[in-house]
Design a protein. Structure first.
Length: 144
């Protein structure tokens, strides 16, 4: 688990550090952001953050905890934590909303969701394409 120093820094310096961090992220193109994240985060953090985003997306699409737990290999505690974040979230919801506005991203996520349905099927057998389409149609059309 990451740790921070017990010695506090001044609020002015802290605010400037955060401002620089967020501005740096906002100015990066996707490939540059990938390099930035790879340089800055540990391997565990690089797995954890995208999984949390995926959990949020699946929760907003109406997936239940058990299915999310099974396909993403996360704990129920992690899912509950992300769910609580979504209740009061503005940033996470806005990021997902922005992703949802991209037609290419929506199409990609529909493919991923189809794979997730297959993986979550009883006995891990491939489901018929029509069953998957019906399940996807039952979910909400948008993420938010």
């Amino acid at each position: 688990m990451p740790q921070i120093s017990r010695k506090p820094i001044s609020k002015d310096i802290e605010n400037k550090i955060y401002e620089s961090f967020y501005r740096a992220i906002g100015l990066l193109k996707e490939a540059e952001a990938r390099l930035f994240i790879d340089d800055l985060l540990t391997k565990t953090e690089r797995v954890m953050l995208p999984k949390r985003l995926a959990i949020a997306i699946l929760l907003l699409k109406g997936w239940n905890y058990e299915s999310i737990k099974e396909v993403l290999c996360v704990t129920q505690t992690t899912i509950a934590s992300v769910s609580r974040t979504l209740e009061f979230s503005t940033g996470l919801r806005k990021a997902i909303e922005n992703l949802n506005e991209s037609e290419a991203w929506r199409g990609w996520w529909e493919e991923v969701e189809g794979l997730l349905y297959r993986l979550s099927s009883p006995g891990k057998v491939f489901l018929d394409e029509e069953i998957i389409k019906r399940k996807q149609a039952q979910r909400t059309k948008t993420l938010v």
